[in-house]
Design a protein around this ligand. Structure first.
Ligand SMILES: *Cc1c(COP(=O)(O)O)cnc(C)c1O
Length: 428
């Protein structure tokens, strides 16, 4: 399916392939519906006997062309877009788990994902066990149950910046006949392609580096096609037993390597409808066209900013896995030798109050609830996303009260550093 081009070329060329006389640039199919000549033709689409578009709640050609590009970037077999990263992580699990099932999730994950798996899907009957990223193989193996359906983690966690030992988790998942699902949002396929390390399914919040300009919330799910559902027939009846809502087709038999994404589209998208607008997919594609140029620049700038912060007396600590003295350096070198991401975290000796003063004095870096776009931005979880917690609760949630999440943009690093310097000067 995919191309043999290098990743830089894929960013620009993959996905939309115009035929004679067609639009060179991916067109926005701003249409809810698609026309057919006969009733029979339309009927075959509803039986999944023919491929084709009929209603944009399930599929749209613009979205699919952009999904195909992301699929090619990850080296996957099939992919789909979702309306947000949250929807992607929800679908990724619920496509193979149902009430009574269990998943294993690494604890260092995005807060929204934690809430989704710890609370929301729990109310739907799917229980998650959270594990520390540095859990031993023996302890990890002991946590699998008969009803465990997937293992989930992030390549590099937002905001903990912990690098996942993907091979360790892939081995354990496969030894127990379940897929490893990796949220590759922060690394992007430019810095890491989890399928090359044994992951089976990759998800993204495309809202972050893929869009890169903070204009469109979105998500994606990519399937490697490598997981053999039929070899674990009993565990995954949704894929290996007849779907009565489509006249008894068996996804794994009829669609082979495409079974997982076909089912997620034909069932979950049909019933839950978390599809992005084609307009947003178009914007995402523009972002993807420069992903290979922006990501290295984000990393280069982040490293410079982290190195600067390390020289500052008022700074207590800095997390940046690209620096040799970082606790995550060895894993980062293995999985992301060209760089991790543009997000770094740090704390000030003056604690929470000093963090607030410093942030209020930043002029270039903006205080926003976002990360990973071209404009440098900053967030203080203790004052913002986690503000209802006291210091003790914050520590339990793995967020130091002084932790500043600093998303280094693609501006000139000297200007970002000068901004931080003057803001630190304001801290007494
Ligand atoms: C932001 C984020 C999400 C959620 O994505 P939305 O697009 O905001 O729904 C999921 N995972 C990670 C790692 C994220 O950074």
């Amino acid at each position: 399916m995919g191309s043999n081009f290098k990743i830089e070329t894929k960013c620009i060329q993959s996905g939309w392939q115009p035929k004679k006389g067609e639009s060179r640039v991916i067109p926005i199919y701003q249409s809810t519906t698609f026309k057919y000549d006969t009733s029979e033709q339309m009927g075959r689409l509803f039986d999944l006997e023919d491929e084709g578009y009929f209603y944009t709640r399930l599929q749209n050609p613009t979205n699919d062309a952009v999904a195909a590009k992301i699929c090619d970037l990850e080296g996957g077999y099939a992919a789909m877009l979702t309306s947000s990263g949250q929807a992607a992580n929800f679908y990724a699990i619920m496509n193979i788990a149902e009430a009574g099932d269990h998943i294993i999730c690494v604890s260092a994950v995005y807060g929204g994902t934690y809430n989704l798996y710890a609370h929301t899907i729990r109310k739907m009957g799917v229980e998650a066990t959270f594990v520390e990223p540095d859990i031993s193989k023996e302890e990890l193996n002991a946590l699998f149950r008969e009803n465990t359906k997937a293992v989930f983690g992030e390549t590099i966690a937002n905001p903990a910046l912990v690098v996942l030992d993907i091979e360790k988790f892939a081995e354990a998942a496969h030894a127990h006949g379940v897929p490893l699902i990796i949220d590759n949002t922060f690394a992007t396929p430019i810095n890491c392609r989890p399928f090359e390390w044994g992951a089976d399914i990759v998800t993204h919040s495309t809202t972050k580096y893929m869009d890169g300009h903070a204009v469109a919330v979105g998500g994606a799910i990519v399937d490697s096609g490598n997981f053999d559902w039929m070899a674990h027939k009993e565990k995954f009846p949704g894929l290996t037993a007849p779907d009565e809502t489509y006249h008894g087709i068996v996804y794994a038999e009829k669609f082979g390597k495409g079974a997982y994404i076909t089912k997620a589209t034909a069932q979950l998208m049909r019933d839950l409808g978390s599809i992005p607008s084609p307009q947003n997919a178009f914007l995402l594609n523009l972002g993807l066209e420069t992903l290979h140029l922006r990501v290295p620049r984000h990393c280069e700038n982040a490293k410079k900013v982290a190195e600067f912060l390390k020289t500052q007396d008022k700074v207590a600590w800095v997390n940046c896995p690209m620096l040799p003295d970082d606790a995550q350096y060895a894993l980062a070198q293995k999985y992301m030798p060209n760089g991790t991401c543009g997000v770094i975290t740090f704390g000030l000796k003056g604690g929470r109050d000093a963090s607030v003063t410093m942030m209020d004095n930043l002029k270039l870096a903006a205080i926003v609830t976002h990360v990973a776009d071209s404009r440098t931005c900053v967030l203080h979880p203790a004052s913002h996303t986690h503000r209802q917690m006291n210091d003790k609760e914050l520590l339990e949630a793995g967020v130091q009260p002084d932790l500043i999440r600093f998303s280094v943009g693609t501006e000139n690093a000297d200007d970002i550093i000068a901004d931080l310097k003057q803001a630190l000067d304001a801290v007494k």
